[in-house]
Ligand binder design. Structure first.
Ligand code: 8YV
Length: 323
């Protein structure tokens, strides 16, 4: 039997690429740069499977024009708002993702941002490296105490719960949750969490708000100027979900006006572009989409995608099918 012809759009950890080369007719996109719409359209006609990442915009145009050869998009990552799932469904293309394996590392980055922005670690590091540190003084770089504060978690799936575990057990934080469906009582009880009915209800209650909902059209600008106005004046926003969930212009304005105290962001609306008004906004810690970036996690994500691909081509249901 001929081996399925597959395209890996960005370079993956070596061990995973080796495994893919054993089992499939593997094609790597070199150099390791994002593919544009035209290249993705052509790939859909050339390959049995494509293994995309967040840098591949698989819009409706990529699926349009009929005669698609690709039968499965085995996405490298849990979030898949870069794939037009309606267009995939209409074209009969299966989509899978890689949940679970990146929850811990993404939650770690959310806590890194929360702690860094609350305790002004980014500002402090820049001051020290730039030779501006004039020595210890009682009033220098005074931040906000994290232990015992209230954390609002929007989206209480696997990553949201991993954040709750760290915040509740590690930092004695009180947890308030908003989720699109009702969370089981025993799950809430595990973290001493309370679920509220809406984002509007959650925001005024919290010292910190961390976003863990999906991206995509449904949640675009979920945090907009009006909702930023509902946050406490001394509160902080953390985003490790998707850039489009936050209106970046409104966020920069709120930071500048002091409506909220700070923001820690790992994701941006038009990555790798970061708007100037966010770069220059006060009290921000900005990271280049590092959520899942540990060796163990990136390998586990790759092997999870291999598992999905193998199941599909062996005629079994892939474990992580989302379309
Ligand atoms: C990935 C992520 O690195 O899994 C996700 O949704 O945001 C990141 O952890 C990225 O999506 C890779 O495609």
């Amino acid at each position: 039997m001929t081996r399925p012809k597959i395209l890996v759009t960005r370079r993956w950890p070596e061990a995973v690429e080796r495994k893919l080369a054993e089992d499939f007719d593997l094609h790597l996109n070199t150099p390791d740069t994002p593919l544009g719409e035209e290249a993705l359209r052509a790939a859909m006609r050339d390959y049995d499977a494509i293994l995309p990442t967040v840098t591949d915009r698989l819009s409706a145009a990529v699926f349009a024009g009929g005669a698609v050869r690709t039968k499965i998009l085995a996405n490298y990552g849990v979030g898949f708002s870069h794939i037009d799932t309606e267009a995939a469904r209409a074209a009969g293309v299966v989509v899978t993702n890689t949940p679970d394996v990146l929850s811990d590392c993404t939650a770690d980055i959310a806590m890194t941002l929360l702690l860094s922005v609350a305790r002004r670690a980014g500002e402090g590091e820049r001051e020290l490296r730039e030779g501006r540190w004039a020595g210890w003084r009682p009033t220098h770089l005074i931040g906000t105490k994290v232990t015992g504060a209230t954390l609002g978690i929007i989206g209480f799936g696997r990553i949201g719960q991993a954040v709750a575990q760290r915040a509740h057990f590690g930092f004695g934080m009180r947890i308030v949750v908003q989720n699109r469906s009702r969370v089981a009582e025993e799950t809430l009880a595990r973290y001493g969490a309370v679920q509220v009915g809406s984002v509007d209800e959650l925001l005024p209650l919290c010292d910190f708000v961390s976003l863990h909902c999906p991206g995509g059209a449904a949640n675009r600008h979920l945090i907009d100027a009006r909702r930023l106005g509902l946050m406490r004046k001394g509160a902080f926003l953390v985003n490790t979900a998707r850039g489009e969930v936050v209106d970046e212009t409104a966020l920069a304005a709120a930071l500048r006006a002091g409506t909220i105290a700070g923001a820690g962001l790992d994701v941006f609306d038009r990555e790798p572009h970061v708007p100037d008004d966010l770069l220059s906004a006060p009290n921000t810690v900005l990271l280049p989409h590092l959520g899942s970036a540990s060796r163990a996690t990136r390998e586990a994500m790759g092997f999870r995608a291999v598992e999905n691909l193998t199941a599909f081509f062996e005629g079994r249901p892939p474990r992580d099918r989302v379309v």
